[in-house]
Design a protein around this ligand. Sequence first.
Ligand SMILES: Cc1cc2nc3c(=O)[nH]c(=O)nc-3n(C[C@H](O)[C@H](O)[C@H](O)COP(=O)(O)OP(=O)(O)OC[C@H]3O[C@@H](n4cnc5c(N)ncnc54)[C@H](O)[C@@H]3O)c2cc1C
Length: 394
Amino acid sequence: MKRVAILGGGPAGAFAAERLAGAGLHVSLFDEKLAWEKPCGGGLTYKAYSQYPFLIENSTPKRFITETVLSAPPAGEASLQLDDPLVIYSRFDLNRMLLERAEHAGARIEKAHVTAITRQGAAWQVRTNTGVADADFCIVATGARNGLRQMGTELKPEDTMTALGYYVPGEQTRIDIQFLPKLEGYIWIFPRCGHLSVGICGKGEPAGTLRKRLERFMQDRGLSFQGARFYSHLLPSLHSASWQTNRVGGEGWLAVGDAAGLVDPITGEGLYYALRSADLAARALLSDVSSLAEKVNQYRRSLQKDFASDLEFGSRLAKRVFHGRFLLRSVPARMVQFTRRSPRFSTIMQDLFAGRQSYRELKRRLLRGLNCSLYEIAMSFGLRRVVPRQAGAK
Ligand SMILES: Cc1cc2nc3c(=O)[nH]c(=O)nc-3n(C[C@H](O)[C@H](O)[C@H](O)COP(=O)(O)OP(=O)(O)OC[C@H]3O[C@@H](n4cnc5c(N)ncnc54)[C@H](O)[C@@H]3O)c2cc1C
């Protein structure tokens, strides 16, 4: 296998191209837009830049944000100080940087719309609006709106969130996250260089209703629509059963990033998983095993081991996080209250934001710390004299 065609040049495709071209393969990447402002918050967690330090060690414009304010009516707000900041890029800048890195590593980058791919014996023929190319292997990185039906995740309505918002002229130094009643999703304000990305994501709710919720929020916050640019897109959010049948590879192809449904079903974080899956796909293709079928299996196994099983676990938690109740209040309201009043709980939230806390371990950690958190909350209400000190509480 020498010639690899990469279909789609977002973060997943560009990073796969960089890795494979850097190892000496003949890589052709096709993207219909190349660098563009893909609808996205553009936020990268500590988990992403600690594994791929080039994401912060570069001269591309970006913001480092160390404060997040969580709110959930009627619980009010809680401020979370992030030891490890969230890094926020415009997607145009991030995509351009990743494509430049791929080109520098030796990949051939072409602005072209892939219209069809067909298997010809053991090879592929890639048809684009500009011509035809042959390849021994294909990497499908066409994102959530993958039009190549026979390859990549088959997204059913229950496997997606709608995400929409506005790029608003303005400036702030903190991130805002607001939970809303009866919404499996949330509203965000991400400060970027020169503007804010204000958006909402939600599962099972029509786009029009989400847009109304967001516009009400923006009015309440005094965010102006003047000069604001609307965006909307699809966000994979696989249902727990869909993880079992997820189509991430087949004869002569692998899917990476959104095209493989690899997005956190609770937070909507997809950039890290796009890069990570591209990395794992490249490693599988470059591995010593000679058969292509075994390389595909190796990719499946490494995805599962690395993060997919945790995302699957997260998909089972999602409903409880957004719609569940705890101590007679909604879970988001309790999350905000606990973050405000319990340093121990606040640390857990920080770890979740940084991507250091897996969903599998979360329940155990929450239960282990619950007594101490409740004690800290009681103390914060000034009940020091009536609540006896818990063993182990600091
Ligand atoms: C509103 C919103 C906010 C988000 N915020 C965040 C966030 O803050 N942090 C985070 O981690 N994740 C976020 N995500 C998720 C993140 O945007 C995606 O997970 C990420 O872009 C996936 O990268 P990708 O390379 O797989 O796909 P994409 O970035 O979608 O790239 C796919 C590429 O394929 C190209 N393409 C598609 N079809 C064809 C074709 N037929 N021919 C040629 N080219 C084609 C497209 O032009 C595109 O460039 C957000 C998503 C949305 C919708």
